[in-house]
Design a protein around this ligand. Structure first.
Ligand SMILES: Nc1ncnc2c1ncn2[C@@H]1O[C@H](COP(=O)(O)OP(=O)(O)OP(=O)(O)O)[C@@H](O)[C@H]1O
Length: 885
């Protein structure tokens, strides 16, 4: 009989060696009622039937109740007695004999659907919980949505046009007309856009531009400009991928850094060889507990993906991991499954937060939380989502309950560390960083450092990203402990089922981007398309234009409220809109099943970002397409994209007449677009005013409470925050070979340039000679006047009657001191009343009074005016005056 081992204190994977007799984790082989669970309702090709024992028969979706757990425990005991070889999973005691396949319930089956594919339920995630928290926060005022505004403007514009039509006697400019035009375009252009090999070979210019250096490109472009027709200027022709790859290789080949390789070899622990029979591996052979297997089955996962089969066994041993695999290859489940499995064996008597998952964006946090909740739904493991944008009061309350897993964005987490009472990271035993390379970038580095500092050194750390760095210097900062490097694919490679297309935008055709995008989305990529923009403003502008075009789109960027952001994602996920217009906020990690196309309205600033953007399609072995509008400044990213693509890239040409047609349509909506912006501006003002009023009334109503609240603190000053952002960006640019200055570098250069050899500004730069002369003359006048005033003042000063001289006179008339030299009197005249050493100043008042005796009324008045004699009143204080009265 297995010895009973009670575990106290912090969770230690090595301590969890033996499964206790009273452990309430039910296993596959527990002798309990069978339950049939059709876990994959939407599986397209196969029906997955999972028969699990020991589950709640009536409510299989529910976690086991206490009673059920007890029953399961009793049954587990029974099973152990009848079958002594039943042991804990591998991580609980490495030397424990593994459970044999034969011991597992033979009824537990996964009917494979022919390999790795999305066979899960409708959606692996939803934001119901996050949205509920937001609604609880405040009663949101019913605002008119952007769609309502656009619709109103559209209708008004239509009416106006009809009215004009009637007045002018029927020139057809109605909307129906343009709709007809649109239909024509679709039919007309369908074939032309198909790209053949011949097309690829026909366009040498594009290829030369891609591989050549900047100066050459500019030269060739100006030559081309004269020869080409307008059509060619809008787009251009490609060359084969092989050609480009060769060119890029020769250009960017780097010397082998032996030292780096040696450091890597020393830093990383050797990765265990992948099992030869990896393809036949299933989740059941991974010796996971039954609640986890149920969770996995409910997600519709049949076979583990490559990163999952490599990661799960190593993570279960408590080893640090640095993992990378292409986008959409199931990295989330690769780290969630082993942590859930390990948490099942946590000491139940110590309730504390043991796992921290860090993500770079709020939406990714909400998604990760939802996936983890789904996988953990048959366990008693508690999760908490701590991301910005959601009410922190609710999060604080949740954190006080010590959830087992906290999923957080770095900023909000630090806020809680500093400002939420009794929350800290002292008990963290597993730290996971999703999109870890992003976390090492601009802005996050300092925050990450702060978090790492607060977690125990003994923790297990796991890092994941499709573009994961294996730069030892970066990883050292995260204080990993001999991590295992699990790089399934190259960090630069894209999924095999991704088709890449590029559309060239010449510098003088930059303003055609909206028209090209409108043409693409109206005629070719009509649904399940995500469009990326560099700026929020561009995404919003396009949202208005899409609305006027009658295209159903949702926008996702930082100018929206958190609720709007989550709702936009859900609208797109549920196919209620055909397009998602997003900034890079949505480029990492977001998993929306069935995205067919990713369009880059403008290229991202670096190649890693490109990998993540286009990685929103062709996920989980599905196919997809990425279409990028490439400007002159984007060639570096384009070059890398082509170099690293596994298949041939294509060049798309949108016919010039189509572009012109859309330009005309968009151009005709200037007024409509303006009125939408105007309406938005008015609403914004109103909202602002309302907020001010609410704020003021809250300040009055809750004054005491507000004053009583401790001020929120942050770990760095605003300047430090800015600097760390800057550092991260500079490093990232260096990593990806991006020859671009950071904003601070640009500022410094500009300042240095302006200060350089240039003479200092005189205040007359840019003035005409005439004006300069006038100003100089005026300045001379001013100087002269000032000199005159000074001279007059000093003359007046010198002409003042010397008080001491007059005071001394009566004395002089008295009996003469025979010893007194005459010269002393002369000195007094020269020095006047200023001589204080001998009491000259103090004596002046007294003397003045005496002097006043002999003066006339007019003379006295003048002396007062000149301040020679102080008014008696001026010495009296009010109180003194009263007292005297
Ligand atoms: N074993 C599996 N079998 C089938 N589908 C799976 C499996 N594991 C994960 N998936 C599905 O694959 C999709 C992509 O997973 P996930 O979002 O974890 O990818 P990722 O590698 O983290 O991507 P990214 O690099 O973009 O963050 C999800 O829809 C998920 O449900």
């Amino acid at each position: 009989m297995a010895s009973k081992k009670v575990l106290d204190g912090p969770f230690d994977p090595l301590k969890l060696g033996t499964i206790e007799d009273d452990d309430d984790v039910p296993f596959m082989d527990d002798d309990d009622d069978d339950i049939e669970m059709n876990s994959v309702p939407k599986a397209p090709t196969a029906k997955t039937t999972v028969v699990v024992k020991g589950a709640n028969k009536k409510h299989p979706e529910k976690a086991l109740t206490k009673k059920e757990k007890k029953e399961a425990k009793r049954l587990a005991k029974q099973t152990k007695q009848t079958n002594p070889s039943t042991k804990a999973p591998a991580q609980t005691k490495p030397d424990t004999a593994p459970r044999k396949e034969a011991e597992l319930n033979p009824d537990f089956t996964f009917e494979a659907d022919g390999g790795f594919g999305l066979s899960g339920p409708g959606h692996p995630w939803d934001f119901t919980l996050a949205k509920a928290a937001l609604r609880e926060k405040r009663n949101l005022r019913a605002e008119t949505s952007i769609d309502e505004k656009i619709e109103r403007v559209r209708k008004a514009s239509k009416k106006r046009k009809v009215a004009v039509e009637e007045v002018e006697g029927g020139e057809e400019i109605g909307e129906e007309d343009s709709e007809e035009g649109e239909d024509e375009v679709v039919g007309m252009s369908g074939d032309e856009e198909e790209i053949s090999d011949e097309d690829s070979l026909s366009g040498e210019e594009f290829s030369m531009d891609v591989s050549g250096d900047e100066e050459e490109e500019e030269g060739s472009e100006s030559e081309e400009g004269g020869e080409q027709s307008e059509d060619d200027e809008v787009t251009s022709a490609p060359r084969s991928n092989r050609q480009l790859q060769n060119a890029s290789d020769s250009e960017t080949e780097e010397p082998n850094d032996i030292l780096q390789e040696k450091r890597k070899a020393e830093y990383f622990a050797p990765a265990p060889e992948p099992s030869a029979d990896e393809s036949s591996e299933t989740f059941t052979t991974m010796r996971l507990s039954r609640p986890i297997l149920k969770g996995v089955a409910s997600m519709g996962f049949v076979k583990p993906t490559a990163i999952q089969s490599r990661t799960i066994p190593i993570a279960l041993q408590g080893t640090d991991i640095c993992g990378s695999a292409v986008t959409g290859s199931g990295k989330t489940a690769a780290f969630v499954i082993p942590i859930l499995e390990r948490l099942l064996f946590r000491p139940k008597n110590v309730v504390t937060t043991r796992v921290l998952i860090l993500v770079p964006t709020r939406e990714l946090g909400a998604q990760c939380h939802s996936v983890a909740m789904n996988l953990a739904k048959f366990t008693d493991i508690q999760l908490c989502l701590c991301v910005g944008g959601l009410p922190s009061r609710i999060q604080e309350a949740e954190l006080r309950k010590r959830p087992d897993i906290v999923i957080a964005t770095p900023g909000r987490l630090i806020d809680h560390i500093h400002n939420s009472q009794s929350f800290n990271l002292d008990s963290i035993e597993i730290l996971i960083m999703d999109e870890a390379d992003r976390m090492l970038e601009d802005g996050f580095a300092a925050e990450l450092n702060e978090i790492i500092k607060n977690t125990p050194k003994t923790r297990q750390t796991m890092l994941f990203s499709a573009t994961m760095t294996d730069n030892v210097d970066d990883l050292i900062k995260l204080s990993l402990n001999r991590p295992v490097r699990l790089f399934i694919d190259s960090t630069t490679s894209l999924t095999t089922k991704l088709v890449q297309e590029f559309i060239r935008i010449r510098s003088h055709r930059e303003e055609s981007r909206p028209a090209i995008l409108a043409a693409l989305c109206s005629r070719t990529y009509k649904t399940e398309t995500i469009i990326f923009f560099r700026s929020k403003a561009a995404a919003h502008h396009m949202k208005i234009l899409f609305g006027l075009l009658g295209l159903k789109a949702a926008e996702l960027h930082g100018n929206l409220t958190q609720l709007q952001r989550l709702e936009a994602l859900e609208l797109f996920r549920d196919r209620k809109v055909d397009f998602l217009l997003a900034t890079d906020l949505a480029s990492r990690g977001l998993d929306i099943a069935g995205i067919k196309t990713v369009i880059n309205y403008d290229m991202p600033k670096n190649y890693a970002q490109y990998v993540h953007r286009v990685g929103r399609t062709a996920r989980a072995s599905q196919s997809g397409r990425a279409v990028s509008l490439v400007g002159e400044a984007d060639r570096q990213v384009l070059k890398l994209a082509i170099k690293n693509s596994r298949d041939e890239v294509k060049h798309r040409i949108v016919p010039a007449e189509v572009v012109r047609k859309y330009e005309k349509r968009i151009g005709g909506w200037e007024e409509e677009v303006k009125s939408v912006y105007r309406e938005e501006g008015d609403e914004k003002e109103l909202r602002k005013a309302e907020m001010e009023v609410t704020k003021a009334s809250n300040l009055i109503e809750y004054a005491e409470e507000i004053r009583g609240r401790p001020a929120r603190t942050w770990f760095q000053s605003e300047k430090e925050k800015q600097e760390s952002k800057e550092l991260g960006l500079a490093k990232h640019n260096a990593d990806f070979g991006i020859d671009e200055d950071t904003p601070m570098q640009v500022g410094k250069k500009r300042k240095a340039e302006s200060l350089g050899d240039k003479p200092k500004r005189t205040g007359m730069d840019g003035l005409s000679r005439h004006k300069k002369r006038l100003r100089l003359a005026r300045e001379e006048d001013v100087k002269e006047q000032a000199a005159q005033v000074r001279a007059a003042r000093s003359a007046k000063h010198a002409a003042r009657p010397g008080k001491i001289t007059q005071l001394a006179a009566p004395k002089a008339s008295g009996p003469q001191n025979p010893n007194k030299r005459k010269g002393t009197f002369d000195d007094e005249i020269v020095k006047g009343g200023k001589k204080k050493k001998d009491g000259g100043g103090g004596g002046a008042v007294k003397k003045g009074k005496e002097e006043g005796k002999g003066k006339g009324k007019e003379e006295k008045k003048r002396d007062h005016k000149l301040g020679k004699v102080r008014s008696v009143k001026s010495f009296k204080s009010k109180s003194k005056f009263k007292r005297r009265k």
